[in-house]
Design a protein around this ligand. Structure first.
Ligand code: VTB
Length: 330
């Protein structure tokens, strides 16, 4: 059970950890940024993983990676089930992606980020690395407005109505994948605009939370399930609505999910079901993006841009950090 947190509330993570998480994603982002545009996704990812793991192991937590780099046999570091931290602190679950958007980073295109979320033990969905169908909107809409099972046109009309604009004035963010051909056709038929993204649907979902800045009103489509849990954790902190459904389309995937405690392969999850209780979240820009600037290397300092947030207080902090201790970052 949760210990009394520093701010006096039961069942809350120690708020100091929120700021600690910023250090973790900053380190991963700087490491990946050194390899921006080098065309080598694996190398950039590995650098981010190493840096994130080192920082995580300094944190006063008894951490368990539940969304990570993969199953133990395929990922030597930050694999699902790996224990991290000094063990001198609360038992927490961790979802992470040291470099979300490896291809984007390798090409030095917009919106690759280093990202992590933390909740008390047992509060993050243990999702296998399969696809997830997702739909998300930002804060300010009435509860239950979107429905993953409704036709896309109904969701777009509902959002337009509540926002007070025409459907043709909405923008939907969708990943540019052949599997989305029908979805893209349906959205275009409504007159809505589409922002096609190559990768990085954690950022895609987060972008719905500030349409004035990002130009994105709704995220729709199929991406990774781990990225779905991370995005749900972010929306729990900023506000918004999200639903996801794992795509368990083979007996092997159904069995894998069952091993992780998922016994209804057809069910959909709300964001509260994917990330429960007090959740903290941090993302640092690797490449320049719609919300976060990428890492800058200067003559005597390195600059990073991070958003850190916490669901219980709904505090969203943007941290522009200038790091003079450049040796720390290798
Ligand atoms: C996404 C996206 C990732 O994987 O979830 C996606 O956010 C889904 O898989 O950046 P496909 O690439 O197979 O469509 C990434 O693109 C890469 O991990």
């Amino acid at each position: 059970m949760a210990k009394q947190a520093a701010d006096g509330h039961e069942d809350r993570l120690d708020r100091i950890l929120t700021l600690e998480l910023a250090r973790v994603t900053e380190a991963a982002a700087v490491a990946a940024a050194r390899l921006r545009g080098h065309g080598d996704e694996k190398q950039a990812d590995q650098a981010a993983v190493d840096a994130m793991r080192t920082e995580l192991n300094n944190l006063p937590i008894e951490g368990k990676v539940v969304i990570g780099e993969g199953e133990r046999d395929e990922a030597p570091m930050l694999y699902i089930g790996e224990e991290v931290g000094t063990k001198n602190g609360p038992a927490v679950d961790i979802a992470l992606d040291p470099l979300e958007g490896t291809t984007i980073c390798a090409k030095n295109q917009p919106n690759s980020i280093a990202v992590i979320a933390m909740a008390e033990r047992g509060n993050l969905l243990y999702a296998p690395d399969v696809y997830m169908d997702k739909i998300a909107i930002g804060p300010g809409y009435k509860a239950g407005l979107i429905d993953i099972d409704a036709p896309v046109v109904a969701n777009l009309e509902a959002v337009a109505r509540e926002k007070g604009v025409k459907v043709s004035e909405l923008t939907a963010c969708i990943m540019d994948r052949p599997r989305h051909a029908k979805l893209i056709e349906e959205v275009r038929a409504t007159g809505a605009a589409i922002r096609l993204i190559g990768d990085g649907d954690v950022a895609g979902v987060i972008h719905t939370t500030d349409p004035d800045m990002t130009g994105i009103d709704i995220y729709i489509g199929i991406g990774g399930a781990p990225e779905g849990v991370l995005a749900a954790a972010a929306l729990r902190c900023i506000g918004g609505q999200m639903q996801g459904r794992l795509i368990l389309d083979t007996p092997e995937k159904v069995a894998r999910a069952a091993k992780m405690g998922i016994d209804d392969p057809r069910r959909s999850y709300t964001m509260e079901e994917m990330a429960k209780g007090d959740v903290i979240f941090s993302a640092t820009g690797v490449t320049d993006g719609n919300m976060l600037d990428g890492v800058r290397f200067g003559r005597s300092s390195i600059s990073t841009h991070t958003v850190v947030m916490r669901s219980s207080s709904k505090t969203v902090r943007e941290i522009k950090a200038i790091h003079h201790d450049m040796e720390k970052f290798g």
